[in-house]
Ligand binder design. Structure first.
Ligand code: ADP
Ligand code: ZN
Ligand code: MG
Length: 245
């Protein structure tokens, strides 16, 4: 009997969140501090803690950094881009909404060239947009603590097309993207500190099928090892599930 995975073609799309190396936050003047080292809640203000009646003011440097990335990824930069409120309730989100870009992102339709065994290949970039990071929760026994130092740190989201078909391609794309962001001086590439995080969208379809399969999304991955291992696991799991109908 053949291995279940042999009869399917994997499809993978990645969402990458990268903290931008600006001195101040996305919509206020608070300093961006190392959230693993600084005293909790030492770099916060009424804007990044969501007090009523405050108004966000955009960080020009964050926009410049995002444009650098958009151009390096061969994207079309929008003449007009719009911020939106992504409403949800969670204690690490003091406003009750994240300021993000939805319908009109900063840039769209680019590509990143990656080196593979079979030669160079372009992976499509669907969109690049700006948003803000959340605070950080620390769960203790019976209660939780929250640190808002990270709340409002500029975050760039880079969404690929569903165009990767193996763990090797995902590895080449994600390491290539990290190198690019570091080369452009917009992100530290310090994955241990969570400055670059991944979400992997994974599906299988029967080989030869023209339609993409149903995807699942693996969230909050913060190392290349976690990305590649979780995708490999998920491909096996989906193959077994689909084989059983
Ligand atoms: P959402 O917020 O719903 O996750 P996004 O557009 O931010 O939507 O991200 C969707 C991601 O999933 C993209 O990277 C895209 O390439 C990928 N994707 C979409 N459809 C599939 C599929 N059938 N299989 C694998 N990946 C997919
Ligand atoms: Zn602030
Ligand atoms: Mg998603």
């Amino acid at each position: 009997m053949p291995e279940p995975l042999d009869s399917f073609e994997p499809t993978i799309g990645l969402e990458v969140h990268a903290e931008l190396l600006t001195r101040s936050k996305m919509f206020c003047g608070c300093s961006v501090v190392d959230s693993t080292a600084a005293e909790p809640n030492s770099s916060i203000c009424e804007i990044c803690t969501g007090m009523p009646g405050t108004l966000p003011v955009i960080n020009q440097r964050a926009v410049e950094y995002a444009l650098r990335v958009a151009l390096a990824l061969n994207c079309t930069v929008a003449e007009t881009s719009v911020f939106a409120r992504k409403n949800y309730f969670y204690p690490d989100l003091p406003k009750g909404f994240q300021i993000s870009q939805y319908e009109l992102p900063l840039a769209q339709s680019g590509w990143l060239a990656v080196d593979l065994e079979q030669g160079e290949q372009r992976i499509g970039i669907r969109r690049v947009h700006l948003e803000e990071d959340t605070g950080k929760l620390f769960h203790r026994e019976g209660y939780s603590l929250v640190d808002y130092n990270r709340s409002g740190v500029p975050l760039l989201e880079i969404v690929s097309e569903p165009e990767m078909h193996s763990v090797e391609e995902v590895k080449a794309y994600s390491t290539g993207l990290r190198s690019l962001l570091r080369y452009l001086d917009v992100n530290s590439g310090d994955m241990q500190k969570g400055t670059m995080r991944f979400e992997a969208n994974v599906s299988l379809r029967p080989r030869g099928s023209g339609q993409l399969g149903t995807r699942t999304e693996i969230k909050n991955l913060n190392s290349f090892r976690a990305v590649t291992r979780s995708i490999a696991y998920e491909l096996e799991r989906q193959a077994a599930a689909l084989s059983q109908g």
